[in-house]
Write a protein that binds this ligand. Sequence first.
Ligand code: NAD
Length: 491
Amino acid sequence: MEIQIPKDITPLKNLIGGSWVDGEGTELTVRSPYHGQTIGSGKVASLSQIDQTVEKAKAAQIDWEAKPIKERTKVMFDFRNILLRDLDKISHLKASESGKTFGEGKAGLLKGIEVLEFALSLQNLDMGGHLEVSRGVTCEYRRKPKGVVASITPFNFPAMVPMWTIPISLTLGNAYIWKPSEKTPLTAMLVANALKEAGLPDGLLSVVHGGKEVVEGIIDHQDVSAIGFVGSTKVAKMVYQRGTALGKRVLALGGAKNHIVLLPDANAEIAGPGISDSFTGCAGQRCMAASVLLAVGNCDSQIEKIKERAASLELGRDMGAIITKEQVAFLKEAISKAEKAGAKVLLDGREVKAPQGMEEGHWIGPTILDGVEPGSEAAKVELFGPVLSIIRCQDISAAMKIENSSEYGNACSVFTNNGALAERVVTMASAGMVGVNVGVPVPREPFSFGGINASKFGHGDITGHHSLDFWSDVKKVTKKWEKQNDSNWMS
Ligand code: NAD
């Protein structure tokens, strides 16, 4: 479906204590990467508004925590139905502000709803343990929410990434403060309104807009006890260090430089589209995008298929736009630098024609660089665009040496028909998410999402079972009601 970009300018508001209010900070303008025009504007939150937000969240959380999990889950159930009802509307807006295609916008929200469905299951799954540990003495686990928690999210998945944490943390009984990316803040208003309509009591979900100052204000606030972050490695590290220095629980997911190991026996019909779609999907602006292709031996037939597929994509229809003009300039320069350093440009996206009527948008076409040198910028740096760097490798050991030397560790995939060789790559990969014949090895719930190395700071996972221990504390309760005749060290 063709994307519908809003024609009017949406007023940007902050959600504080259940009311949408104007920010008291600086002015923020939201532009669509499709045509470069303003689609939203308003003011970001001030530090005193952060204080008000946390105060209201803290008060609301007390009653919310006291409700049984089944009552909290009921709100989440209605939230799910509203999101499904509004799926197209939200997907058009998120695509308009992030540059995704409409289909990608929809897929991201559906993936977020999958996490919501995991949260819905907690009422039946996360029952805690109960055991008679000694005669007349029982022990049990009880979860206690952290209280007021916060989440800082990136531009590239304006609904999916927040949906990793909103349903689980709210279902566990927390109040949640959301600081969306300043590049894509409009989607947050639709998602928050869906929760309001579902009956979430005021103050439990807040939306505060802003950049560095607002993020630091949230981290530093004494009543914010846990912080989830998703974004670039540079900021993830800063958020992690600042939060943990204050004794807070922080899980900060960072950037990526994902490798695909291509073996000569791989099925070209699977590898071609799989690898092409991985590096061109969301115009390469996703932390799971293929970035480096480690081609072992002669893989020319598969590479030809990758190129064929990527070259067939129509901009604006099959592949979206790049978030900013500056990022387009950065990508073009990176391609030129690699070419000067000796790489062959198999497919050149630098001089593409913008879709009609979108000439002022931020466009670049799929680009494939062959013969990239390990250690060069195209091989090491997260470019975050539709650029695939091919490094030719003699054998799997050489390929895995390159993969292992990356500072990141988000995703790695192998394309082959040989199970033993696939297993070798799976075992050797220094990445948190590994795939076999899958271009984008995103696990599905209840398997958690997340990388290792400089792709994640902190312990545990942001989704799935392990995330429960991030958004709550576990209390161990030991009880005895009657005097017992036997004697042991517990008596
Ligand atoms: P970003 O780091 O620039 O921004 C992320 C968030 O941090 C935004 O809300 C932003 O307002 C805030 N922020 C930016 N600069 C800040 C600063 N100096 N101090 C405090 N807060 C600051 O990331 P982005 O450009 O929005 O998103 C793209 C990046 O996110 C890529 O590196 C991508 O790999 C990564 N990402 C990672 C995952 C993952 O799961 N590991 C998922 C999506 C995106």
